[in-house]
Design a protein around this ligand. Sequence first.
Ligand SMILES: [Zn+2]
Length: 255
Amino acid sequence: MLSISPIPAFNDNYIWLLEKASQAVVVDPGEAPPVLRALEERGLQLAGILITHHHFDHVGALPELLAIADVPVWGPHNPAIEQVSQRLGAGDRVTVLGHDFDVLEVPGHTLDHIAYFHGGEQPLLFCGDTLFAGGCGRVFEGTPAMMHASLQALAALPQNTLVYCAHEYTLANLAFARAVEPDNSALAQRATRAQELRQRNEPTVPSSIDLELATNPFLRCNTTALRNALSQQGRLEGDSGAEVFATVRAWKDHF
Ligand SMILES: [Zn+2]
């Protein structure tokens, strides 16, 4: 049985901790102290590290963690992340604590960005800074069309897939989503729930693909509801999903 919990890091990052018996794997360790503390408190031994992309707040702890444990580091084909021992691309599969994960290439936020998907009875997705709860990452290195295609690939995963993203940005994302789709009742309900969780200082993640499909504007670029909402506000530009995505992403960048 795999248990998964967030280790808060920096201001709003989550480093996901996967544990099975006394073995642990962490996803995107940006800083070492909170990881080392979690391992110590729970009596866990580090067995591996998964990396989604090269940003410092996802890889910063690698030197310090590898100094205490000589473990495999799975990550993208980007030589800038020197510590990666097994480089992965689309179609690759890795076994982590006895669970198989398929690798998806999801460029857009960065060009090297990959995600890890575990199928089976309870599907799991570790998607770094590509898909967020109620939002998506900024398009730093790719194009909006590229990011849209990456998000569409994630949207096509099984609807009950649990989505483990790397930041607690949910309240800000949902505030923007409500500006885009003021009449979306699933979105209003989600925003209330998320506010309650944050008031108790609890994470709003993981989320799920079905919840994102119902409430995340960046996954709804092909829906009539979102296009009507944009049109009513005089913001609908272009016909393709990629064009609608580009419009919504640019709006969010200045929201
Ligand atoms: Zn990033």
